[in-house]
Design a protein around this ligand. Structure first.
Ligand SMILES: Cc1cc2nc3c(=O)[nH]c(=O)nc-3n(C[C@H](O)[C@H](O)[C@H](O)COP(=O)(O)OP(=O)(O)OC[C@H]3O[C@@H](n4cnc5c(N)ncnc54)[C@H](O)[C@@H]3O)c2cc1C
Length: 463
């Protein structure tokens, strides 16, 4: 019934099951769990006005809906829905700039690769996602960690303006001088306030950068963890350095591998900050001078089942070792039919990074907490029927990690929403004041709670 009303909107594409248009959206999700959900129909707006017409049609009706940008949130239901309507924003992918390219105007359904491919030729960039396939909408509304974050903060800290469709269908621009309370709430407030249609960002200059991957044998774990710690906990932190270090476990072969992605946001071949890491004997090292859009253009992987979870901790080699041991002990003898891979990825969240947007976003991170590190603990597996046992194992590991980290005085409150598992509570980790602020702003701009009750996907404010 509502799908028929949507189909009547002039110029709006509405896709129904068994059509090519419908399949195109379903195949664009990153995880099988999201792609397995079957909306009644998928609305595919091509303009902000289309989105306004959609919301006017479906808000306050008895029909749940989901909002999708590039569909990279792994959890089922975050950006897709059974027995409801999915709004697929991928048609809102325009990237333009103002005259001197100091501001980029980006459709919220664009991918970060769209942004970098457009801006690299004019030697500008936005502090956005590292993998080019990730969506501008989801990453920015959850905060956003970028190679440039030590220079300019979370991705949301570079936003100058959000264009958003509110629950009443009104299309508004929100920025520091217009509805500034909503502007701030959107910097970490996820999909709780409306459908964001365009995001304007401060750009920053970019030349070529240094980037690639270093693979080390697990026997060099201590040296790699030491190098990571010394990068992550340096005072002063080198603001051009951005690194992730992962320990990857293949459940079939029982083999661990170490994979680091050291990036330097200047064309410098051997920055001092990576000397210790580069001195560790490696199996392969692809680090070289390159362009951001080349680095971000990672080949797409086939859809698999995926789960994320996260924690934030003080930077400590001892804790890195303990986390590795917990994972190894708990996961070593666990397996499921088909393939199964576990990834523990560590990345620095130095004080210089969080100081950029403190008080301007709602994430609650503060330089007062010192240099910390974020863990993204994830699994990918092929057998859908094994999902509940993989989920349970993942929760067990994270529980053990948090218990040990707490005993060591290294557990921090922040739960990064973009990496959080469905069972975690990122919004309450922003702190009591930010949590209350978000609820207050939501009540003001969405008094009937459309984005709380009719949009069940994602982390809600009144859970
Ligand atoms: C391969 C990969 C690499 C990643 N790399 C990074 C990284 O470098 N840095 C980082 O911080 N995170 C990273 N992430 C995490 C990523 O930020 C989150 O998964 C994010 O939610 C994905 O955004 P999306 O728009 O693609 O996802 P979607 O699944 O489309 O959306 C995610 C959530 O945001 C909401 N949403 C999306 N767009 C809008 C909108 N316009 N208006 C209102 N709500 C909206 C959706 O409803 C949904 O709840 C990565 C994830 C993956 C899978």
């Amino acid at each position: 019934m509502i799908c028929a009303q949507l189909s009547a909107i002039n110029g709006l594409d509405v896709a129904f099951p068994n059509s090519t248009l419908y399949a195109a959206t379903e195949s664009a999700y990153w995880s099988i769990q999201e792609a397995s959900l079957a909306p009644l129909c998928i609305a595919k707006p091509r303009s902000s006005n289309d989105v306004a017409s959609i919301i006017k049609t479906i808000a306050n009706q008895d029909c749940p809906f989901a909002i999708k940008s590039q569909g990279h949130a792994p959890a089922a239901g975050f950006a897709n829905i059974d027995e409801g309507i999915t709004i697929d924003l991928m048609g809102l992918d325009a990237v333009t700039t103002n005259e001197d390219a100091s501001i980029a105007h980006v459709g919220s359904g664009a991918s970060w690769l769209d942004v970098y491919a457009h801006l690299d030729p004019v030697n500008k960039t936005v502090a956005g996602g590292r993998n080019g396939g990730v969506g501008v909408g989801g990453l920015t509304l959850g905060g956003g960690i970028s190679y440039f974050s030590p220079q300019v903060g979370f991705t949301c800290d570079s936003v100058t303006n959000f264009e958003i469709v509110l629950a009443n269908g009104e299309l508004v621009e929100t920025n520091a001088s217009s509805q500034s309370d909503l502007f701030r709430a959107l910097k970490g407030g996820l999909n709780n306030f409306g459908v964001v249609t365009r995001i304007d960002f401060h750009t920053l200059p970019i030349d070529e950068i240094l980037g690639g991957r270093v693979v080390n044998d697990i026997s060099h774990r201590n040296e790699v963890f030491d190098a990571f710690r010394n990068i992550a906990d340096a005072y002063p932190y080198d603001v051009h350095a951005s690194i992730t270090t992962s320990a990857i476990f293949n459940a079939a072969t029982k083999a661990w591998t170490l994979l680091s992605a050291p990036i330097y946001t200047k064309p410098q071949t051997n920055p001092k900050v990576y000397a210790e890491l580069f001195a560790v004997p490696s199996i392969s090292n692809t680090v070289k001078i390159t362009q951001l859009h080349t680095l971000a253009n990672e080949s797409a992987i086939a859809q698999t089942n995926q789960i994320f979870s996260t924690g934030t901790y003080g930077v400590s080699t001892q804790l890195l070792d303990r986390i590795f041991d917990i994972c190894n002990d708990t996961l070593h003898d666990f397996n499921v039919p088909g393939s199964l891979q576990w990834i523990t990825t560590f990345e620095p969240l130095p004080t210089v990074f969080v100081s950029r947007g403190a008080h301007n976003n709602v994430l609650g991170t503060s330089p007062d907490h010192g240099n910390v590190m974020i863990l993204l603990f994830s699994a990918s597996w092929s057998d859908l029927d094994s999902s509940s046992s993989v989920h349970a194992k993942l929760e067990e590991v994270l529980r053990k990690i948090n218990t040990v980290a707490k005993e060591m005085g290294q557990l921090r409150e922040f739960v990064y929403a973009n990496y959080a598992g469905i069972y975690q509570k990122p919004i309450s980790s922003y702190g009591v004041q930010n949590d209350a602020y978000l609820r207050h702003v939501a009540k003001k701009y969405d008094p009937h709670g459309v984005f709380q009750s009719q949009v069940p996907g994602g982390f809600k404010l009144f859970d």
